[in-house]
Write a protein that binds this ligand. Structure first.
Ligand code: PAZ
Length: 292
């Protein structure tokens, strides 16, 4: 845990509060990975990240920096990956879209129930609850990556969440609510260390990793996506532009840029269906190559 990459991450976490429910989450992860690994063959497991992270401005947080992500991409992709046989760990921000819920009302009513072994429905008390802050997101991603190492190339990371690029270090963050009335707020935000490198190189070096690149300026999108692919060693980077993201994306790989479109002849189609199909095919090739 003392490589330069990891020490950058450790200093990011410096004195930040620990993850709530860490033990319960770790236990669930262990059980999930064990369930999907067997002597007769390991099932493919995807970790899909979804929704945006928040950055607190005060330790006793009243205000935070947010971002726009609705979580639609992650939720829809999860449904398609499950249909294609994947077991999915869905790391999402509560309040953003969840798989199989697009036609349900926007409330968490159904989260209050669970199905028992006898197929009866009862109130749930076991769901670990975690805030969507950047700190928690990165801690959870690290836990998932390290726990799924044993799956080798069968594990996929599909990083659709919009993760904050800048943050206020916990140590220099105001403890109490920032007071107004003394003029403009002067605050320095630091750049979040690049988790993609450490994920690829240290946390889960055998996993198939796909990151997403969003831009509002179409002119720079593909170049930035390709730069990210090379810099962080991603197997593919999905480039998307804010306004057209639900209609088309471009998958940037080491052997080309592949545009993917929503099927406009069908009103209930989404771009995530052909996108996940393409990426699953690439993952199959990756697994085959890794085993030879
Ligand atoms: O969550 P959503 O469906 O509204 O949008 C998806 C998205 C644009 C957040 C995702 O496709 C993406 O590009 N995520 C990475 C964003 C980035 O950090 O560049």
């Amino acid at each position: 845990m003392d490589s330069p990459l990891n020490s950058e991450i450790e200093s990011f976490f410096d004195s930040a509060p620990p993850l709530n429910d860490r033990a319960a989450i770790s236990q669930k992860l262990k059980e999930f990975i064990a369930l999907n690994s067997s002597e007769s063959g390991t099932r493919r497991v995807a970790c899909v990240t979804s929704g945006g992270t928040t950055v607190p401005l005060e330790q006793r947080c009243v205000r935070y920096i947010d971002n726009f992500s609705s979580g639609h991409r992650g939720a829809a992709s999860t449904e398609h990956l499950i249909k294609m046989g994947y077991a999915v760990i869905f790391l999402y921000r509560r309040g953003t879209c969840e798989p199989y819920c697009s036609s349900l009302p926007d409330d968490a009513f159904l989260e209050c129930f669970e199905v028992t072994e006898e197929s009866a429905v009862q109130g749930s008390s076991r769901r670990p609850s975690v805030e969507a802050s950047l700190y928690n997101y990165i801690r959870m991603l690290q836990m998932i990556a390290v726990s799924s190492r044993s799956l080798g190339p069968c594990s996929m990371f599909y990083l659709a969440a919009a993760v904050s690029d800048f943050y206020v270090p916990w140590k220099s963050m105001a403890e109490h609510k920032i007071q107004s009335g003394s003029g403009p707020l002067d605050m320095q935000l630091l750049q979040v260390p690049k988790m993609l490198s450490v994920l690829r190189k240290e946390w889960a070096p055998m996993a198939f990793c796909i990151s997403f690149k969003l831009e509002t300026d179409a002119e720079i999108l593909l170049e930035k996506a390709d730069m990210a692919r090379k810099k962080y060693g991603m197997h593919a980077v999905v480039a998307n532009e804010l306004l057209s993201r639900k209609e088309q994306v471009v998958v940037v790989t080491n052997n080309g840029k592949i545009p993917v479109y929503r099927d406009k002849t069908s009103s209930d189609s989404d771009v995530e269906k052909p996108l996940t199909k393409l990426l699953v095919d690439r993952h199959s090739v990756y697994i085959k190559d890794s085993n030879t």
